[in-house]
Every structure is written in C-alpha cells, then in structure tokens.
Design a binder for this molecule. Structure first.
Ligand code: FAD
Length: 484
C-alpha cells in the first residue's frame, strides 16, 4: 500500500479523504495539485506510475505564448488575440474558438511562471517551428532538455508540497472508477500493483490522467475505426475517459485525426512505434524508394517538402498504412533508410519481423506483404518507364535517382502514427465535465490531453497547444473559486 500523508484521514487503512482529488501527476495534474495546495485545500494525488511527471518525461516540450519576456527581448510584438487569430487561421476555424481564446489568454502567465521558476530555455527560442503548420511570428519556446526541463522545475515544487504535508501523493494507484452519488462525483476507486482496491473520497475530483494513445480499442472507437500506432506513455490507457463516461460524461470523438508520417510497429502487434524508426526523413534524406498502399498504388509524394501536406495525404491512404519499396541496387547505393535498423538487427528482421519483407520478385513481395500484386507491378512499371523517358512524376516528386528493377526487392511496412489523443471529454469554459451541453457533472473537472487535442488544435498540429493549456488549465483548476 502506498504511503498516506498526514493531511488526509485514512479510513481504517482502506481509503483516503481530501478536498481535492487529482488523478494523474503529469503535465496538468502537477500545477492543479500545487495551486490547490497553496490555496489551503487538502489535496490527494493518485498516480498510476511510481513517479510524477507523466508525458513531460518524453515530450518535445514546446510551449507557445504571446507577449512574453523572451519575445520582448527579441523585439517581437505579439498578443494573445493575435495568437488566437493565428490558431484560427492554422486550423481553418476547426478548434473551439472560446477555449482557444482562453488558452491564449492564460498562456503568457504560464510561460512567465516557468520563467520565474528558472526553466532553462533553449536560446534558439522563441522560434517559428516549420515541422508543424507555422505560426506567423516566433512564439514557441522549449527547454534545453525538451519537456524534461519543465518537469525539472515542476516536480520539485510538487515534492515540496508533499513534504510539507499539503499534498498526499499516492503513486502506484490506477483509477478504475468514479463514485457518483445523488448526481455528485464524490471520489474514485483505484487498484494498486498487488491488485488491492482503494477508495479516495473528495469534494472535487480533477481528472488529469492524460489521453488514450495506449488503448487501441478506445482509439479505434474515437477515431473512425483507424488503427492505433504510436509512441505515447504506456499509462495513457484512457482510464479517466472511460471512468467519466461510466458516470454519464459526454465524449467528443475525433473529427479531424492527423497522423505523423511513418513508423514501424515494433514489437509486432504492440501498436507501438519508435521515434527513431520514423522514415519521414525529408529534407535530411530525400527518398530513393517508393511508398505504396495496400492496392500497390503510390501512397503519396515521397519527397513532399511540406510535412503537413504529407500528413494530410496519409489520412487518405487505406488504414493509413504504406510500404516503403526498393530493390537491391538502391540498397547498395542509397544512404541508410532506417538508422535504427541496420547490420545484424536488419538481417535478422527480413521475413521474420512482419514489417520487413524481402523477396526475389515483385510478385512474391506482394504476396508476402498483402499488397495487390497487379497494382504493385503496374506502379513499379510506370515508375521505371517515367525515369527512362524523363516524364514528370504524376505526384510531382523531384528526387528520382534510380529505377526499381534488380532483385531482391524489399518492403518495410509503415503506419500513420500518433503521439496524442484527438478526442476527449466535453467540458465547459471552467473545465467542468459535461454530461449534456450546458449541464456539468457536479464535483468533476478535467484538464490536459483528456480533453482531446482537437479542442485547441482542430484539424492541425498547433505548436505548444497541448502542453501549454495542460499547464494553464491545470493551474487554473487549482486556483481560487473553481475547484471548491
Ligand atoms: C513524444 C511526444 C511529444 C510531444 N511534444 C509536445 C510538444 O512539444 N508540445 C505540446 O504542446 N505537446 C506535446 N505533446 C503532447 C503533450 O505532451 C501532452 O498532450 C501533455 O503533456 C499531456 O498532459 P496530461 O497532463 O494530460 O497527461 P500526462 O502528462 O500524460 O499525465 C497523465 C498522468 O496520469 C497518469 N495516469 C494515467 N492513467 C492513470 C490511471 N488510470 N490512474 C492514475 N493515474 C493515471 C499517467 O501515469 C500520467 O502521469 C507531445 C506528446 C508526446 C507523446
């Protein structure tokens, strides 16, 4: 059993009580707990993992805000209104305008807070990030250690509150259900690593348990049946969403899912991909190979210079799955395609790992991968013919160094991947969880990725618009008036 702190009473060792229960000690949960404790609330934080930090352990750590010290020092004029207008432009109005305005309004003080805490900003920030759909002005910041830089300033604050007895931290407790009596959420149920059940009673429960990128079933349900492949925290099982739904909360399914281009599912069947396998190597390595879908057709322009255009093109590919196909001559001439798969590891993967296929003919390659053989043969023939005649590529590809003619032939299966959950819980402006439009569930709030990336990013990846609002809304929930 985890240690209970002195700020709460234990019910004969089987449960805890507090004013505020925070479920998940990650990006949103840490500020929610810290600021609730500073207001004098008795705070209990339950966390599935052994330590606090959540996705801050692995995220890129980009935060975005307008009108900051870092911008002023570089002479960049900006405002929260301009930030919100830029998000409306980037997303074509597909994000929630009211919540975007609130997030942009809260963002500068969030970055100022990190600044005051001494976050070690990368001197290259603020910058415009072109890997995402670009903001009009530099307003994105990050630490030298990516999101770990944020964790390094927040976790000590959290630990200080725990040490002072104002927060009871219960690591190793996994949320299983919320309690709702007479309409009001009165706390939650948990299970520990030994399978023992626990209960925490609280006047207010704040769900900050993250998204569902480690739950293939929920991902398919909320993302039009699309298969999940990604590299998020294993703890992001969507437990908070499911528990909230079980007590009547409304869920907003994804409307505009946008994948990252390419990732190899490894281990097979795991739904997980490693960042190092991402073959979206433009502009560092223009592709020598072709990328085909299961019909054998070219999946998209392989050397598309604009990442967002390529991500959108992948959403039109069946199952967002494509194979990178090349031949022996390309294997000998081209720079390494997959840096994490070379030498003995690659040799061992061919025809044993389901994503890696090598065959002596295109027909055998198609048969082993499940790609339509006639489609693949026609695509390769057209590719080779265009190279020979110098005809322009139908998809506009510029980099076409070699034909695909010399056996053996190779195919590596890739998926559209995701790092964040697009859909989430429906909330109002105060992050109260709704059971119907305009009808909050008393006692239940939520912040962070559990609200879904689309709330603030719509049909795009908007720089910093997951971490910044997770911190800002978490803090706001911890502050006066909203939580209790
Ligand atoms: C690789 C990667 C890069 C990213 N880069 C950026 C970026 O640069 N900028 C940006 O804005 N966004 C980025 N994101 C997204 C952003 O990091 C997340 O959306 C955000 O950190 C989520 O915050 P959160 O508080 O909702 O969840 P988390 O930080 O994941 O915290 C959730 C916590 O809840 C715990 N938990 C989960 N289930 C349970 C349960 N059943 N019971 C108890 N506890 C539970 C988890 O263990 C975790 O500690 C990135 C994401 C990834 C994966």
């Amino acid at each position: 059993m985890p240690d209970g702190g002195e700020a709460v009473t234990s019910e004969a060792g089987t449960g805890w009580q507090g004013d505020v229960l925070v479920v998940g000690a990650g990006t949103a949960g840490l500020p929610a707990a810290i600021f609730a404790a500073r207001r004098g609330a008795r705070v209990v934080v339950a966390e599935a993992e052994a330590t606090a930090g959540g996705t801050l352990r692995r995220a890129a750590g980009h935060v975005s805000a307008a009108g900051t010290r870092l911008q002023r020092e570089k002479g960049i004029a900006d405002s929260p209104e301009a930030h919100a207008a830029d998000i409306a432009r980037i997303t074509g109005g597909t994000a929630d305008a009211e919540m975007v305005a609130l997030a942009c309004e809260l963002a500068p003080r969030t970055v100022a807070w990190l600044d005051e805490l001494g976050l070690d900003w990368d001197p290259a920030s603020p910058a415009i990030l072109h890997a995402l759909e670009a903001y009009a002005v530099p307003r994105t910041y990050w630490g030298r250690k990516r999101a770990v830089s944020i964790a390094e300033v927040l976790v000590p604050l959290f630990e200080a509150e725990v040490a002072a007895g104002r927060i009871t931290f219960l690591p190793g407790l996994r949320l299983t259900a919320l309690d709702r009596a007479a309409g009001v959420v009165t706390g939650a149920r948990f299970i520990d690593a030994e399978g023992r059940a626990h209960r925490i009673d609280a006047a207010q429960t704040v769900l900050t348990s993250g998204g569902y990128t480690a739950n293939p079933t929920l991902f398919a349900e909320l993302t039009h049946g699309l298969p999940l492949c990604g590299g998020a925290e294993p703890a992001n099982t969507g437990a908070g969403l499911l528990a909230a739904r079980a007590v009547g909360a409304m869920l907003r399914p994804a409307r505009h899912f946008l994948p990252h281009v390419g990732g190899i599912e490894d281990p097979p069947g795991s739904h997980r991909t490693a960042r190092a396998d991402n073959p979206a190597l433009m502009p560092e390595r223009p592709p020598w190979e072709i990328w085909v879908d299961r019909n054998g057709a070219r999946a998209m322009r392989e050397d598309e210079p604009d990442r967002v255009t390529q991500q959108k093109a992948l959403t039109r590919v069946p199952d967002m799955t494509f194979w990178i196909v090349w031949d022996d001559a390309i294997a000998a001439a081209a720079p390494t395609l997959l840096p994490a798969w070379r030498g003995a590891r690659l040799d061992a993967a061919w025809n044993r790992h389901p994503a890696f296929t090598r065959a002596d003919s295109l027909k055998a390659l198609a048969s082993a991968t499940g790609i339509d053989p006639a489609g693949l043969a026609a695509t390769v023939a057209a590719w080779n013919a265009a190279l020979e005649t110098g005809a322009p590529d139908p998809l506009g590809r510029q980099h076409r160094p070699m034909p695909i003619v010399q056996p053996p032939f190779f195919a590596v299966k890739n998926h559209g991947t995701t790092a964040t959950s697009s859909g989430g819980l429906a909330v109002d402006r105060d992050c109260r969880v709704l059971e119907a439009p305009g009808r909050p569930i008393p006692g239940l709030h939520a912040a962070g990725e559990i609200l879904g990336r689309e709330l603030l990013s719509g049909n795009a990846f908007v720089g910093g618009m997951s971490i910044t609002p997770a911190l800002a809304f978490g803090r706001r929930l911890g502050e006066a008036g909203l939580v209790w």
